[in-house]
Design a protein around this ligand. Sequence first.
Ligand code: CIR
Length: 257
Amino acid sequence: MRHNTAIVRGVPRSIDRCELSHLDRSPIHYEIAEKEHAEYVRALVELGCRVVNLPVLDDLPDSVFVEDTAVVVDELAIVTRPGAESRRDEVETIAPTLAEYRPLVRIIAPATLDGGDVLRVGKRVWVALSERTNQDGVDQLRSLLEPLGYSVRCLDVYGCLHLKTAVTAVRSEPDPLLLINPAWIDREVFGEIEAIDVDPSEPMAANAVEIDGTVLFPAQFEQTRRRLTEAGLPVRVVPAGELAKAEGGLTCCSVLV
Ligand code: CIR
């Protein structure tokens, strides 16, 4: 997908107090996490993005994972209402920046929706009912996007945090290709769209960011990376092992507009 701008936010000093759902807590080294984030930002710049670096928010432990605060389409930016209460204050800190790029709309209570639960391929959108996104969230997203010509399909994920932990797009329209962990999601939902499976030894490897034809990919998943390169995809790896301890992947660390 062609993206001009990536909104990011640096790692807070409180990252080791982050939300965790499927991982045991293990110490997160702030300096390493910060270096990883800097490398991620460097890669985004290399791939042609203009990076908007928002101020670090030390009091909000998950605030580096900006993806969950917004769903951006060509016509508007949807400010979410994250499922984890500890993350609700993140949204108003990014809203003014989003408003510079798109008209803003908001997901409102009792709905909850995390950006990590929304996958878009062109005009097709999939949204997961998850631990973070509820039926009201799905319904509000649908009522915002369907009038704009998007199809919105709701699905379940099992065994992982977000939809995009289980599936992301590594090539965009007109010939989309997904990277998928079939253990966590029903691949039938994606119809005829082609998919590469993650290597079974790397269940967390389905979270990749495609920018203008290149796949930004976590260095720790070598087996799955081989599958991507064998499929002819250009891959740029970045270290991502420390932020992974906070259950964050690569899509989580930016909002692409
Ligand atoms: C959380 O549990 O909310 C964070 N520790 C991780 C968020 C990861 N975000 C994402 O996958 N979109």
